[in-house]
Unconditional design. Structure first.
Lengths: 343, 343
DNA sequence: GTTGCAAACCAAAACGTTTTGGTTTAGACT
DNA sequence: AGTCTAAACCAAAACGTTTTGGTTTGCAAC
């Protein structure tokens, strides 16, 4: 008897123990500790004292079973966001999620997509086994079939960076269209007319949006859209360098390039410096994300800031609201432009 | 009846449902699905088929209650590691932890130290309520009283970066002494004789070790230890700059400085460049950690690499081993030196 | 035609809570 | 003296599993 972990046996006090010592029923202990009104003041104090003395901690497991809610939220992250370079974006969102969830009494359980694969379960099955109250979905590729199983299920979910809205599925994302507009406007205001664009891979919804934003912004500024000015990268440092090289050789009169991620912009910046191309002298560079790195490269990277911590908080609060009966919502956060040395 | 989340009611199939449809007892369903031998082949197939059809997923909650183990590991991180700059170190360790735990069927639950504070519980009480099977402790200040409550309790734990070893508490850390030796040896091999040291705050065990390592290495190289060559920072970018400034003004003949973290080294590097001090021309810089950033600053930062992902994996495996009855262990991982442009 | 044994199955207890639907007691009102 | 009500308490059911200690059946061995 007791809680078996390894060779050790932990024996946490149960409500029964408290009841016996206090000389009342378990019902009374439960109701006394949970603040119900049908227990006498004296009895309540007695129970509290005994519970304190025995160091009683109600089992979340037992409670979850009978209450039919676990107060746990699953965090579904794809490798895309949890790989070696994922931290720049992911970590801050995570902090926001955690802080807001903790404030509401929920715990966050990691369940990156390998967890499920390890156990040969679909994400949804995994969530069902663990009886999560809700799920946060993050960095999922549009072509991942399992993710839709989750977002379409009745399990309440909030998706980050894909605008999926249904009865049980809300989302949070940055206003990418406006972000691109800020970037292009800034470049044109500095006199640039030939502005290239290096996008992320097209399995990401944000890539679609940013391409659209780039086009819209050009139009707004009265510039023509030129397909040869667009390069499809994959968000990585390497593809940024490759993108700049490709665009420059195809368009020698290019004077500025907008990148769909800071990591790509930084890759391009390094490549340019190695090639003796001056930034911003020969070519100006604007990134997207405002990761911490962008402040520390030389020259500092001009970029579009995403409120990552706030995205986490918003997603968490949105999910909690759904769990309390609110409608699912889509929330779009405004970006800001941060002007540094590359423009 | 059913699982209540918000207004929605999810009704997962239970073992009872499967039993009824398959026309057997719940005992048989349980034993059939869990591979026991006292169930006929035909019955087993029948049960499996029905379970599949009804999409049955055994409740981890109910199972935890009766099995007296939750297959969950708590992750205790202090603000120190989960603040805005924490990701450089924390995220990789996290990945290692998660990957290794998932492989063993354990889930990782975030419980940064604010979680507990929010709920007015000690960390240990929080762990007890959630009935974690074990805990990973990370980035805790030496002077945090609650952490010792955890590591001294019978709850199996593995601490990262503090050498606490007892019956139920193991640890994983980098060989800081050797790391410092690598750094100092590298600097002396380049002819430096006056080598300063900017340490982290002294509430961190790693700071103590790195100071010791710095001293030992000087001695090994036949150089005298000079207290005025040591500055106590706090691991932050700002304190790195302040450290370099202070050391330089107190010791004009300084030619190299070793920093206890990359973040501080980078702060110093930026400050130096702003002041027109050439790196590595006027002063050489070595950091510690090898965070991703250190590769991208200009010039690239020479630093001591910590195997962060491996630390996570090692800690996780160590904890799992303890849960299976092994002794708690202390494991020390070797550092490497990464030579880049600042030396 | 017992006895013994293995194979296949099952009823019930246990895990630690919350909640439902009571019962008991004491005092107030007729 | 009887009825009603409110306050204080409690027994038992429920949650969904695993496990213990069986029982039943059929067949081989004597």
């Amino acid at each position: 008897m007791g809680f078996q972990v390894g060779e050790v046996i932990l024996i946490p006090t149960t409500i029964k123990d408290v009841a016996e010592v206090a000389g009342v029923s378990v019902t009374t202990v439960s109701r006394a500790l949970n603040g119900y009104s049908d227990v006498g003041e004296e009895t309540r104090r007695k129970v509290q004292k005994v519970a304190e003395e025995l160091n009683y901690r109600p089992s979340a497991v037992a409670r979850s079973l009978v209450m039919k809610r676990t107060k746990t939220i699953g965090l579904l992250i794809s490798e895309m966001m949890s790989d070696k370079s994922g931290h720049h974006f992911t970590f801050e969102v995570l902090r926001g999620l955690h802080d807001a969830l903790a404030k509401n009494g929920y715990d966050l359980i990691f369940a990156n997509t390998t967890t499920a694969k390890q156990r040969l379960l679909s994400y949804l099955d995994f969530c069902t086994e663990r009886r999560f109250d809700g799920v946060i979905v993050m960095g999922i590729r549009l072509d991942d079939p399992y993710v839709h199983e989750v977002t379409e299920s009745p399990l309440p979910s909030v998706v980050i960076d894909i605008p999926l809205l249904s009865k049980h599925c809300g989302y949070v994302m940055t206003d990418n269209i406006h972000g691109c507009e800020l970037a292009i406007q800034h470049l044109t205001s500095r006199g640039h007319r030939n502005i290239g664009f290096v996008n992320g891979h097209k399995e990401a919804e944000v890539s679609r949006q940013r391409l659209r934003g780039y086009k819209d912004a050009l139009e707004k500024c009265g510039l023509p859209f030129e397909p040869s000015l667009v390069y499809e990268g994959d968000f990585s440092v390497e593809s940024g360098a490759a993108g700049l090289e490709a665009l420059l050789s195809a368009n020698p009169d290019l004077t500025a390039v907008f990148f769909a991620s800071d990591l790509m912009a930084i890759g391009a910046l390094r490549w340019a410096q190695q090639q003796g191309i001056k930034v911003p002298g020969d070519v100006s560079i604007v990134g997207f994300d405002n990761i911490e790195l962008s402040e520390y490269v030389t020259p500092g990277l001009t970029t579009i800031h995403q409120r990552r911590y706030e995205m986490g908080v918003t997603a968490a609060n949105s999910l909690v609201a759904m769990l309390e009966g609110d409608m699912a919502q889509g929330r779009v956060l405004p970006p800001d432009i941060v002007i540094r040395g590359t423009t």
